[in-house]
Design a protein around this ligand. Structure first.
Ligand SMILES: C[S@@+](CC[C@H](N)C(=O)[O-])C[C@H]1O[C@@H](n2cnc3c(N)ncnc32)[C@H](O)[C@@H]1O
Length: 190
């Protein structure tokens, strides 16, 4: 399965830290404004006051959403394919394997990660793993770019594509909102 890991290694190395996410044209002020908009317009607006025991931040990168997620759970867990970016307490994936036990999470959150999974087989495998990692009644919360053309590191699936892929894997999703060019898709409304 193609994880496109080489692309992310060189992107993190060249651009470093927070400049790897968002647009390279953003200055610090704009970067912070987008973070604030996301925290209020997505996390606060769509998760409300809901709390979970354990949340997985899949493809956590530098942990941009960690403060907002930590406020909503007993234990924040992040995982990514790139070791250098991982903060304390986050776990490195071995190839495609998400390194946590079955039934461990109340919520799997993933922001701007599955849009970079260009390999359909890998995508289906992640859905299978998400399903296994969730406790009974657990939820998925995705924010993915669903517009524009594909390129070598982006697979622009539509919101319906995500709904179909997750439904095949036994995790029905619903689009509940948008953030800029991204769709917000959840398996449970909060
Ligand atoms: C655009 S960044 C988003 C990071 C973080 N979720 C955020 O919003 O700040 C995409 C992240 O997905 C990770 N990633 C890319 N391909 C992946 C894959 N096949 N499996 C797991 N993570 C992947 C990258 O290493 C990177 O940290």
């Amino acid at each position: 399965m193609n994880l496109n890991k080489g692309y992310w290694e060189s992107r993190y190395e060249k651009m470093g830290g927070k400049r790897t996410v968002g647009k390279s044209s953003w200055d610090d002020k704009t970067y912070q404004e987008v973070l604030d908009q996301f925290n209020s317009g997505v996390l606060d607006a769509m998760m409300g006051g809901r709390r979970w025991g354990r949340i997985l931040d899949f493809g956590c990168g530098i942990g941009r959403w960690r403060p907002g997620l930590e406020r909503r759970c007993g234990l924040y867990c992040g995982t990514d394919i790139i070791e250098e970016v991982l903060q304390d307490g986050c776990m490195l994936m071995t190839d495609n394997l998400i390194p946590y036990p079955e039934g461990y999470f109340g919520l799997i959150f993933s922001c701007m990660v599955l849009q970079h999974v260009v390999d359909d087989e890998l995508m289906a495998d992640y859905v299978r793993q998400f399903k296994a990692l969730l406790e009974p009644g657990g939820s998925v919360f995705l924010v993915e770019n669903t517009s524009g053309p594909d390129n070598n590191y982006m697979r622009k699936r539509s919101a319906k594509d995500y709904i179909d892929i997750f439904s095949e894997g036994g995790l029905p999703l619903k689009k509940v909102g948008a953030f800029k060019e991204h769709s917000v898709l959840v398996s449970t409304e909060f």
